[in-house]
Ligand binder design. Structure first.
Ligand SMILES: [Zn+2]
Length: 326
């Protein structure tokens, strides 16, 4: 892994952040086709804490802790704040269940990386409860037209864009991990690369190698290396393979090349990656690859001890992966 000095980047990010944040936050809304003309007054509440260097969105609903590793973690579904000024999200297909303890798990992962490397990843957190904002959806379903929720959505993705800008500047490539929690029966991590469970089951390794990552959140990585895509996705050195070797059951991996474990095809629930993984991963060959990590609860998220033990394994896997690919 390329190491960078803290001081160089600290000065750099503060300078660049001031210039970059507002245009990025505002253009994010424009990209999503909100149709709302943006002005610099749109996010007057953004501030940076002078002591910690952390950034906060309006009302401190969104938080960004800048890091120096080429790794970005986001937690969009773990928040608890329920401001009365935003109506509860509801309607057909609107999901509001909270991914409990995912903010704590994300911070534990940052701590484990700091213990292991002396440096920290970039961390972006939504403190809003999912009844108020779902940042893992496009702005329409995320905020259901509420201006305050829309602003928080733009700040959340604007902060991730800021982190990506920093990683892209140096070392140039990196990894985005969107941290979630699932309630499925099978206690294992579900790693989402924008391939459905059916696709993982239908495509054999030869077909995956021909696909070469196209349309997945690792498309950029697949294009930069000669490594067969099946190996990157579910071989012994894949993200899931490394986790599995560290004692953390994961799919896809050599143990579970696809989600199926019973005899009924297509029956096993599996999250394949959502809006954030598509937007911030390397679907179009971008330099930042993405993985959605859906965590089971038992033995992973449930206690501080479990989170710390899991995070030690995750940090080792991240360091191995980053050292190899970026
Ligand atoms: Zn989630």
């Amino acid at each position: 892994m390329k190491q960078r000095g803290l001081h160089g980047i600290t000065g750099g990010i503060h300078r660049r952040a001031a210039l970059l944040l507002l245009p990025l936050v505002l253009s994010s809304g424009a990209c999503a086709g909100s149709g709302t003309p943006s002005t610099p007054d749109d996010s007057p509440g953004i501030r940076q804490d002078a002591e910690t260097g952390y950034w906060y969105g309006t009302n401190d609903w969104i938080e960004y802790r800048p890091g120096t590793l080429p790794v970005i973690l986001s937690a969009g579904h773990g928040g608890a704040l329920e401001p009365g000024s935003i109506p509860d999200r509801s309607g057909p297909g609107i999901v509001t269940v909270r991914d409990s303890r995912t903010i704590e798990t994300t911070i534990a992962a940052s701590d484990a990386l700091a213990n292991l490397t002396g440096e920290r990843p970039h961390v972006v957190i939504s403190h809003l409860r999912r009844t108020k904002l779902d940042p893992n959806r496009d702005i329409g379903d995320a905020a259901l037209g509420n201006p305050e929720a829309e602003r928080a959505w733009r700040e959340y993705h604007g902060f991730i864009d800021m982190a990506k800008e920093d990683v892209t500047a140096e070392p140039g490539t990196g990894l985005y991990l969107d941290m979630h929690g699932h309630g499925h029966d099978v206690q294992r991590l579900e790693l989402g690369y924008l391939l459905s469970g059916d696709e993982l089951e239908t495509l054999d390794d030869a077909a995956l190698d021909v696909l070469d990552g196209e349309g997945t959140s690792l498309e950029g990585l697949a294009a930069r290396t000669e490594e067969p895509f099946s190996s990157i996705l579910r071989g012994t050195e894949s993200f899931g393979g490394l986790l599995q070797a560290g004692g953390v059951p994961s799919v896809p991996s050599p143990r579970w090349p696809d989600p199926e474990i019973d005899t009924i095809p297509g029956s096993e629930p599996y999250f394949s990656g959502g809006y954030s993984t598509r937007r911030h991963g390397s679907v179009d060959g971008d330099p930042i690859d993405g993985i959605q990590i859906e965590h089971n609860f038992r033995g992973i998220r449930e206690t501080p001890q479990a989170r710390a033990a899991y995070s030690e394994v995750l940090a080792e896997v991240i360091v191995t992966w980053v050292g190899r690919w970026y």
